[in-house]
Design a protein around this ligand. Structure first.
Ligand code: UFG
Length: 324
């Protein structure tokens, strides 16, 4: 059974991926500082408490297990916070990962799955964004991720590191088991916030920006279920381990939904009505981000299986029975 280090495996996407790794016959070992993650989300797996940027901690974990590959999820992800406090993002998401890659190189661990982001593209030049689309981030979060993609490419050339860079579009929804789900504090993501509003845990909802060049003036995003994303990780890992070659994939459903449309769908699915206000644009938000997922379908055999309604159903189910 191959050991896979899952950094940030107690977090939202990491915990869903760890479960699927185990189901696929791998042994996930979770390293998480629990700053955003939840201990319950890692229940049943080998768990190491600590920060991947703590050199001694990382060294201890790398020595304790023999890892076939590393998956890295532990990142700061809020776009508007990155505009206000870029230093944190460059420190954790970029400098932290450089130190991590150096440690992996020293331990001759040469397989790496990286949580990249649609934010590396900036304002799209085409309706659907494929892997070759120009990369021109419009916020520090996107820059912090793109810099790592550049480092990975250079580490491949120089040291033979083989990696999969997975550019997530908007991860959403929760596992249907009800055991794990999305739980951020504070919650900033669109669907999770709407669900909390529908549940009465948040008063009213605010749409940021109604003057975007889109059909209804609100931003358009591509919502992809967290379990679909998790499956893409397992497929990408299998590919990396079997045919070592570095790859990148845009992971989205391929369908765009406007913020206003998502608001209406949440009201419909939950059967709850709530106040919706509008406010000016949020800093750093591109008008539209929708994936062309052809490459992931062809090369990985990946297929997103949840549409917006089902994503919202799973998010609602989690919210009404949440464990953490
Ligand atoms: N939005 C609102 N009101 C809210 C919350 C969000 O109108 O209360 C809007 C945002 O302004 C944006 C859209 O909903 O237009 C989606 O916002 P999210 O915060 O849910 O997600 P982002 O698209 O900003 O970012 C997410 C991840 C990033 C990732 C990106 C890729 O947080 O890490 O998706 O598309 F890079």
């Amino acid at each position: 059974m191959e050991n896979i280090l899952v950094i940030g495996g107690a977090g939202y996407i990491g915990s869903h991926t760890a479960r699927q790794l185990a189901a696929a016959g791998y042994r996930p070992v979770i390293l998480d500082n629990l700053s955003k993650g939840h201990r319950q989300a890692a229940a049943g797996f080998d768990f190491e408490l600590g920060d991947f940027t703590d050199k001694a901690c990382l060294e201890r974990v790398l020595q304790k297990y023999n890892f076939a590959a590393v998956m890295h999820f532990a990142a700061c992800t809020e776009v508007d916070r990155s505009v206000k406090d870029p230093a944190v993002f460059y420190q954790n998401n970029t400098a932290g990962v450089l130190a991590l890659l150096n440690a992996l190189t020293a331990h001759t661990i040469k397989r790496f799955v990286f949580s990249s982001s649609a934010a590396i593209f900036g304002e799209p030049k085409t309706d659907l964004i494929n892997e070759n689309h120009p990369k021109s981030p419009i916020n520090p979060y996107g820059h912090s991720k793109l810099m790592v993609e550049q480092m990975l490419s250079d580490f491949d050339t120089a040291y033979g590191l083989k990696y999969a860079a997975l550019r997530y579009f908007n991860a959403s929804g929760s596992d249907e088991s009800g055991e794990i789900g999305e739980s951020h504090s504070p919650e900033t993501h669109l669907i999770a916030r709407l669900i909390q509003t529908a549940a009465g845990k948040q008063k009213g909802f605010t749409i940021f920006g109604t003057d975007y060049p889109t059909s209804d003036g609100t931003c358009i995003r591509d919502f992809v279920h967290v379990n679909d994303l998790a499956r893409a990780h397992v497929l990408a890992l299998g590919k990396l381990l079997n045919e070592p070659a570095s790859l990148c994939f845009n992971l989205g459903s391929g369908t765009g939904h406007s913020v206003a449309e998502v608001v209406e769908t949440v009201k419909k699915v939950t059967g709850r009505n709530f106040d919706v206000q509008t406010a000016p644009r949020r800093a750093g938000d591109p008008a539209r981000l929708v994936a062309d997922n052809t490459k992931a379908r062809k090369v990985l055999g990946w297929q997103p299986t949840y549409d917006l309604t089902r994503i919202i159903q799973t998010a609602w189910q989690w919210e009404t029975h949440r464990k953490y």
